[in-house]
Ligand binder design. Sequence first.
Ligand SMILES: [Zn+2]
Length: 244
Amino acid sequence: MIHDGTQALVVDPGEAAPVLRVLQEHRLKLTTILVTHRHADHVGGLHDLESVLTGPVYGPASLTPHGVDQVVHDGDAIPFLNLVFQVFETPGHTQEHLSYFCDTSATENNLTPILFCGDTLFSVGCGRFFDGHPEWMLNTLNRLARLPDQTKICSAHEYTLSNLAFAKAVEPGNSAREDYESLCHERRSRQEPTLPTTLSIERKVNPFLRLNEPEIIASVKQQGFPITDPLSVLTALRAWKNAF
Ligand SMILES: [Zn+2]
């Protein structure tokens, strides 16, 4: 949730109750909802938020039956307060998946840019390919990797520790991952989230953004996957992770 003390924006309300509780606690008006994709843990709360929502539900065209009433496409801009969210079509986890990027560095407060990427990119991982096309995910990850270094990555799930265990198997010699692993274990032991992460961290530790790294290529080859290019590395990594 993003708010200014009066108006609130929510991304992917899988459940209504926690959103309603925060709205009530802080006396906020829910004016905007952004939706990334069709899975129930991202849209499950939409129906129960209808009665308090005073503005649009933005999302992909295929989600109008789920409650999306403002269909958006790649390149569209969504205003909220003094911010503007750019819509990116980011297929890979699912075909209709959207991400929302807010280049807050352009505002007068010069804040950090934020990306809401649903189940596309996680800390040290990426989403499963539900709709089946690794090429889509490769293009999507390449696109997200071109965002500014300091971009805050707001992923939808806290999978970091299990992703780190996989990354260790894939790239055992990565010392940046070791440092990040210690930090994440500390945070989780204090019941704190590891998210949001940043793109600069992910470039150093996330195997799905490091498809040209020789150690990663060697590891997937060792697992018996035929490797010819970054697409085959991505496909192999995902298949390996699915069985990990
Ligand atoms: Zn999902």
